[in-house]
Design a protein around this ligand. Structure first.
Ligand code: NAD
Length: 375
């Protein structure tokens, strides 16, 4: 089995294999071919891939006869000629927004597997690219927020007086939010956090932060469906807005991460609420790409409103390319190795497997994902 890892398009810093996964694939009996320069932006020189046993070449060289193609983002189908018929294309394929590309993969005879649709079951945890990348995003949001903040995070007692600790409020306590809380705590901030899922209350407390929750209207009991939140009732939204209004004016840094799958991000901070914050405060909006949790957020940009800097964070994992690549590459390896058939020397993907059903987009020339065909 030949596995190809392609150089990503301009703007993407990560790569879908690292020397460690090259060695692990070799131990399964596969050979890995890497497009020259694919790891450069993630600080992995070609020589390190070669030392791990990979062969290096042009895109055409690495694709020739490949049965598996690893990618961070979905490549242009026209650039994938030469792979085996029925080759697996495995990566973050963004199926809803890249629907035309999915059709093109089907036409090209590729079996496209969208890793972001990995189900949230225990068996799939180590294969979950959304978790691995959000974790790094949550960390980087705090680091970027701290860099934009004109004051210090920890309390400092100096001969010239005391510096008070920064107050950090994390809104949305999923994978990114939990890491943001942990990072802000490590930097010495006073941290509070909120979510609609009641299960997060204990998680917030266990990280030493203060939970700030709507008490008079019920939120989502436990984890919610598959760990995800849904849109809240008008009554809840009103109660939440009141809660935020009373809390936010006292905060220095706000990290928002609230997402609802398949819907625009919920609006959690209005312009009027923003205006109550102290000038010099910083908001990092991790939901910027999904429309933003904050009124006035612009994805990929930094704007100042009422003296508050709003950072519209987009794909922060890209700015930690080496770690993000390592985690992503392991997610891909964990998935493929879990289905590896030693005798046939390739992964076998049973039609009735929960993971396969969730992530398989195309097969035998057709789009087969129910999420796409029903849309
Ligand atoms: P996400 O990125 O979809 O959303 C981020 C957070 O925003 C969530 O906690 C959500 O409840 C919250 N949110 C949504 N609307 C909100 C609102 N109006 N106000 C405040 N908060 C709001 O979530 P995620 O990071 O992907 O993780 C969600 C859960 O899934 C977590 O409990 C996580 O541990 C779990 N999970 C499980 C697995 C697995 O078992 N394989 C994998 C990944 C995540």
């Amino acid at each position: 089995m030949k596995i190809a890892m392609l150089k990503e398009a301009a703007g993407e810093t990560r790569c879908a294999a690292i020397p460690e996964t090259v060695r692990k694939f070799a131990a399964l009996g596969a050979e890995v071919a890497i497009e020259r320069g694919a790891g450069t932006d993630a600080s992995i020189p070609d020589a390190e891939f070669e030392a791990a046993g990979a062969s290096l070449g042009s895109r055409a060289d690495v694709l020739k006869g490949a049965g598996i193609i690893l990618a961070i983002n979905g490549p242009d189908a026209a650039s994938l000629k030469g792979a085996e018929s029925g080759a697996l294309l495995v990566g973050g394929l963004d199926p809803l927004r890249q629907r035309q590309a999915v059709d093109a993969y089907a036409k090209a005879g590729l079996e496209a597997l969208a890793m972001e649709w990995m189900p949230r079951i225990t068996r799939a945890q180590s294969m979950d690219i959304l978790s691995s990348q959000s974790n790094l995003g949550g960390y980087k949001a705090v680091v970027d927020g701290a860099a934009a903040y004109g004051r210090a995070f920890p309390m400092m007692m100096t001969a010239a007086g005391t510096v008070s600790p920064a107050k950090v409020f994390v809104m949305g306590v999923g994978v990114a939010g939990l890491q943001a809380i942990a990072t802000a705590k490590r930097l010495g901030a006073q941290v509070s956090a909120t979510d609609v899922r009641s299960a997060t209350k204990e998680q917030i407390q266990s990280l030493g932060a203060k939970p700030i929750f709507v008490e008079n209207v019920a939120g989502i009991e436990g984890e919610g469906a598959g760990g995800y939140a849904t849109e809240m009732s008008e009554e809840y939204q009103k109660a939440q807005a009141e809660l935020v209004s009373s809390h936010i004016a006292k905060q220095d840094i706000v990290i928002t991460t609230a997402l609802i799958p398949g819907r625009p991000a919920p609006r959690l901070i209005s312009d009027a609420q923003l205006a109550t914050m102290r000038p010099g405060s910083v908001i990092v909006d991790l939901a910027a790409e999904a429309g933003g949790n904050v009124e006035g957020t612009l994805s990929g940009e930094r704007v100042v409103k009422h003296g508050v800097t709003i950072i519209g964070a987009s794909n922060l994992a890209r700015s930690l390319a080496a770690d993000a690549s390592a985690l992503f590459a392991r997610n891909l390896y964990n998935f493929l190795s879990a289905f590896w058939d030693k005798e046939q020397g390739r992964p076998l993907l049973p039609d009735d497997d929960e993971i396969v059903k969730a992530i398989r987009l195309t097969k035998d020339g057709k789009v087969v994902s129910e999420r796409l065909t029903a849309a």
